[in-house]
Design a binder for this molecule. Structure first.
Ligand code: MV4
Length: 456
């Protein structure tokens, strides 16, 4: 097992990794930017190193600074958390060259799955259900028009280097394709430095359902069920839950088997998430693979009892996953609300000093946060200040526990999205489980509809 892990992240996920290390008896190194000197992840790590100025490009995205910090402190592994460098095949490669273990899949697997057109091809070959679309990237408008004619409109043009919704365009008719194609390419080039795009059939109002997997270096791959993540705004998830109300035990077994086989096919190791779109009939289609621990991992931990971050660390150290697929059970229901420092109506960031902060616990409630009374929320990083996770014997109890927790939370000095979460939790469609990726459209700040194109 590792003796010392460097945590290449900040905020609640850096703390989450430090908790896991403590429980495993592993020393920790925190890295921090000049803006985070007084953060809890710095206070609770065994050692800490400043890696640069506030801007992420100069600190949390600075590979040489992070590798130097690992070498200076003698860390034998790096946990990248989520965001920042968590899906950087480059960081994973540099770690390998420096004999530092990267806690994540092999660089070649990160690279393959990071290319959404290549990932699509690999997953299709592994037998994962696909929406009709191009085989790999599409070089020209003419070829895109041909693919679209074959599969039928509407189609969606997506960036090969994309994910998270940038560089995407929905096309309803052939006349709109040339302009959409150029715009998608230009946006992808600007956002990712790579303008390549691919085409697939567009689903009008799908659900976003994702599966958690774990794979070790001994050929064991298993799944930990699904998370329903349809409640998003501008591709930022607001609320996630497990299980999904539309996934029966039978469907979970079927989808889980598809996912585990697909992960095996690409020799997937460590934690990963396979994302799907599901239509009204319950058919599911591959979307993409995220090669990192995700923000919403706690809902899976609450229903399975598995500590995913500890499993990540054990797997990276060469240990076997300590249980079999048949040992994985799903108990009750868990919901996560991402509390952001934003105006709940306009979603405009609301940084500032938190004068008072208190989120009550109690039965079935977990709070993952690095915030506290008298802590400064700076404008440099994403605006999530806390994750509130509520577990119950059933969905109704989880909702009731979430509501009472948010109603009794005190966050003074900044605006938060808590009022919006309470509206969602009281929404009759949410309560009935009638969800789709368009769920949040009714809560748009502006009178004009938020189009996919505009948000991309
Ligand atoms: C789609 C889609 C409909 N049809 N692909 C958005 C993020 C990116 N990962 C893929 N996305 C979508 N891809 C096809 N073929 C609808 C979306 C989508 C979406 C997906 C999941 C959660 C929220 C979403 C909001 C708008 C669009």
């Amino acid at each position: 097992m590792f003796k010392k892990i460097l945590v290449a992240n900040r905020g609640e996920i850096a703390l989450r990794v430090i908790f896991a290390c403590r429980e495993l008896g592993i020393k920790t190194v925190a890295v921090y930017s000049a803006a985070d000197e007084n953060s809890l992840h710095v206070r609770f790590a065994d050692e800490d190193i400043c890696i640069g100025p506030a801007r992420s490009v100069d600190s949390y995205l600075n590979v040489p600074a992070i590798i130097s910090a690992a070498e200076i402190t003698g860390a034998d592994a790096i946990h990248p958390g989520y965001g920042f460098l968590s899906e950087s095949a480059y960081l994973a490669e540099v770690c390998e060259a420096c004999h530092i273990r990267f806690i994540g899949p092999d660089p070649s697997v990160i690279r393959l799955l990071g290319d959404k057109a290549k990932a699509r091809r690999a997953m299709k070959k592994a037998g994962v259900p696909m929406l009709p679309g191009s085989d790999g990237q599409v070089e020209s408008e003419e070829k895109a028009l041909k693919v679209a004619k074959d599969i039928g409109y509407p189609v969606i043009i997506k960036a090969v280097a994309g994910g998270g919704g940038r560089g995407m365009r929905v096309v309803k008719a052939p006349g709109d394709l040339p302009h959409a194609f150029k715009t998608a390419q230009r946006e992808a080039e600007a956002a990712f430095g790579r303008g390549d795009v691919y085409v697939e059939k567009y689903l009008e109002a799908p659900r976003h359902i994702e599966f958690q997997v774990l794979g070790d270096h001994h050929g064991n791959v298993l799944h930990l069920g699904e998370r329903e993540c349809s409640i998003q705004r501008r591709h930022q998830k607001l609320l996630e839950e497990s299980p999904s109300v539309v996934v029966s035990d039978k469907v979970r077994r079927k989808m889980g088997a598809v996912v585990a086989d697909a992960a095996r096919a690409v020799q997937y190791t460590n934690a990963g998430t396979f994302e799907f779109l599901m239509d009204e009939k319950g058919s599911f289609f591959f979307m993409e693979v995220n090669t990192r621990i995700q923000v919403e991992h706690p809902v899976t931990e609450m229903v399975t009892g598995v500590d995913l971050v500890k499993e990540q660390i054990r797997i990276a150290a060469g240990e076997r996953v300590s249980f079999k697929q048949s040992d994985v059970t799903f108990t009750g229901h868990a919901i996560e609300c991402r509390v952001n420092a934003e105006d709940p109506d306009t979603f405009v960031p609301s940084p500032g000093l938190i004068q008072a902060f208190s989120v009550p616990g109690g039965p079935g409630v977990r709070v993952d946060t690095a915030a506290h009374s008298d802590c400064l929320i700076t404008p440099y990083y994403d605006s999530m200040i806390a994750k509130v996770i509520a577990h119950g014997r059933d969905r109704q109890e989880a909702i009731a526990r979430m509501k009472r927790t948010l109603e009794m939370s005190v966050v003074e000095g900044i605006r938060t999205t808590i009022p919006l979460h309470l509206k969602i939790l009281n929404d009759p469609d949410f309560v009935a489980g009638r969800l789709s990726t368009h769920f949040m459209d009714r809560y748009q700040p502006k009178p004009k509809a938020q189009s996919l194109a505009e948000s991309a």
